[in-house]
Design a protein around this ligand. Structure first.
Ligand SMILES: Cc1ncc(COP(=O)(O)O)c(C=O)c1O
Length: 385
C-alpha cells in the first residue's frame, strides 16, 4: 500500500501530468464519449415536444430540489478566490475526509467528477470485453458502457417484490462473468435488496468475481451506513462500492463521487486517467461543507419523505399502485402508453421519465419540493383524465 506521503506525491505528479507539465500523453480512456451518451440516454427517453414550455417541475433526474446547502454555497464563494490554483491540498483533504467517513485507508478510495465516470472506468477497466451480470431492470449506465465497448451483459429479472434475485444471480455465475453489478437501492424501481442477504451474497460471490455495488441512493435509507457493503471492503473482499454527492448531498451539478475498493482495484483504475484531478476546487469545497452539514442532510431526508408521502396518498386516492421506494423517486405503473403520457406531461411543464418494463408502461417521478409535487398531481390528473 502507498504511504500517505508517497500517495500524496503520486497525486501531485498526476496533477502535473494533467496540467501538461510533463510530456507523457494522457490516457484516452477518460470516456468523454460516454459522458455524451449518458445525456443521450435521457433524451431518447424524453422525446421532447417541439414547443415544450419551460419545465415547472423538473422531476426526471432524481436530483435534490433542496440543495445545495447554504454551507456549500458559502464554501464555494470562499473558494472562488483561489480558483487560479490547482486543488492539490483540497483534493487531499477531501480524500482524507471520505476515507475517515468510510473507515478505510485513503488508498482504498478513488474520487471522481461524479460516479458516472467511475462506473465507466470500472466498465472499461474491469469488465472490458467480458460479461457483466446484473438485474433486470436496473441502472444501465455501467452496463451500456460495457455493451458499447465490446462486452455484454447477462440480466436476471428482479423477484416479484422487486429485489435482486440473489439465488438466480449466483447460479448464473460461470467462467464468462467478469463482474457482478448490483444497484441497491435499485434504480429505476426504488426498491431494496435486504442488506444481510446482499452482504452474504457479495461475500461469497466476490471470492469468484468482483462485485460492484452502486449505493447512489443509500443515504435515503434509515441507518444508511448499516446497509452499505463498504464493510466487505474493510474485510478485504473483492467488492467495489460507488457513492455520489449528486443525490442527498444536493450537488449533482458540482460533479463529485467516489469508489471504495481494494487498493489493488483502485490503483489500475486511477492510472486509466487523472480522474481525481478532474474535480474542481469549488466542488471539493461544496462536498466538504455538505459532509459536515448534518442538519441539512437530515432536513433533505425529512422533506423527501414528506414529498413521497404526498405522492403515495395521491396515487392511492387515484387508484394507482406504486412500488414503495427507499430513494428520492417513485416508480408506478400507468395506464397509457409511455410516449403519449410523457409528451402530455412535458406539455404541462412536468418532466418525468417513463419506462416499458416487461411490457408494462411505468412513470418514474423524482421527489420535488411540495410545490412541484402539487404541480405534478394537477398535471397527472389532467393527462390521465
Ligand atoms: C444508480 C445510479 N448510479 C449512479 C448515478 C450517477 O450519478 P452521478 O454521476 O451524478 O454521481 C445515478 C444517477 O442518477 C444513479 O441513479
Amino acid at each position: 500500500m502507498l504511504s500517505k506521503s508517497s500517495r500524496r506525491q503520486w497525486l501531485k505528479s498526476s496533477l502535473l501530468l494533467a496540467a501538461g507539465a510533463a510530456a507523457a500523453p494522457l490516457s484516452s480512456l477518460a470516456a468523454p464519449t460516454r459522458r455524451y451518451r449518458a445525456i443521450r440516454t435521457i433524451e431518447e427517453d424524453l422525446v421532447i415536444p417541439p414547443m415544450m414550455p419551460e419545465l415547472r417541475a423538473r422531476l426526471l433526474a432524481n436530483e435534490n430540489p433542496f440543495g445545495p446547502s447554504q454551507s456549500a454555497k458559502d464554501a464555494v464563494m470562499a473558494t472562488i478566490a483561489r480558483g487560479n490554483r490547482y486543488p492539490m491540498d483540497e483534493g487531499e483533504n477531501l480524500l482524507s475526509m471520505v476515507a475517515a467517513k468510510e473507515q478505510v485507508p485513503q488508498g482504498q478510495i478513488l474520487l471522481g467528477p461524479g460516479s458516472t465516470q467511475l462506473l465507466d472506468m470500472a466498465a472499461l477497466g474491469i469488465v472490458g470485453n467480458g460479461v457483466v451480470l446484473t438485474a433486470d431492470p436496473s441502472y444501465l449506465s455501467l452496463i451500456e458502457t460495457v455493451e458499447e465497448n465490446g462486452g455484454s451483459s447477462k440480466r436476471i429479472r428482479l423477484t416479484a417484490d422487486h429485489a435482486h434475485d440473489l439465488e438466480a444471480m449466483e447460479a448464473a455465475i460461470d467462467d464468462s462473468i467478469s463482474m457482478v453489478y448490483i444497484c441497491n437501492p435499485n434504480n429505476p424501481t426504488g426498491t431494496i435488496t435486504e442488506s444481510n442477504a446482499l452482504r452474504a451474497f457479495c461475500s461469497r460471490v466476490s471470492e469468484r468475481v468482483p462485485v460492484f455495488v452502486d449505493e447512489a441512493y443509500l443515504d435515503f435509507m434509515p441507518n444508511a451506513m448499516s446497509h452499505s457493503m463498504v464493510d466487505l471492503v474493510r474485510e478485504g473482499k473483492n467488492v467495489i462500492v460507488s457513492r455520489t454527492f449528486s443525490k442527498v448531498y444536493g450537488l449533482a451539478g458540482m460533479r463529485i463521487g467516489y469508489l471504495v475498493a481494494q487498493e489493488a482495484t483502485i490503483q489500475p483504475l486511477s492510472l486509466m486517467n487523472h480522474v481525481q484531478w478532474d474535480i474542481s476546487a469549488v466542488s471539493i469545497a461544496a462536498a466538504q461543507a455538505t459532509m459536515q452539514d448534518e442538519a441539512f442532510l437530515a432536513d433533505c431526508i425529512k422533506k423527501n419523505q414528506e414529498s413521497k408521502d404526498f405522492l403515495y396518498a395521491m396515487l392511492k386516492e387515484d387508484g394507482y399502485d406504486f412500488l414503495p421506494s427507499s430513494t428520492n423517486f417513485v416508480l408506478f405503473p400507468i395506464r397509457m402508453r409511455t410516449q403519449p403520457f410523457r409528451e402530455a406531461m412535458f406539455a404541462q411543464g412536468v418532466g418525468i421519465r417513463t419506462f416499458d418494463l416487461h411490457r408494462q408502461p411505468y412513470c418514474r417521478v423524482s421527489m420535488g419540493t411540495m410545490e412541484e409535487m402539487e404541480i405534478f398531481r394537477d398535471a397527472f390528473r389532467k393527462v390521465v383524465g
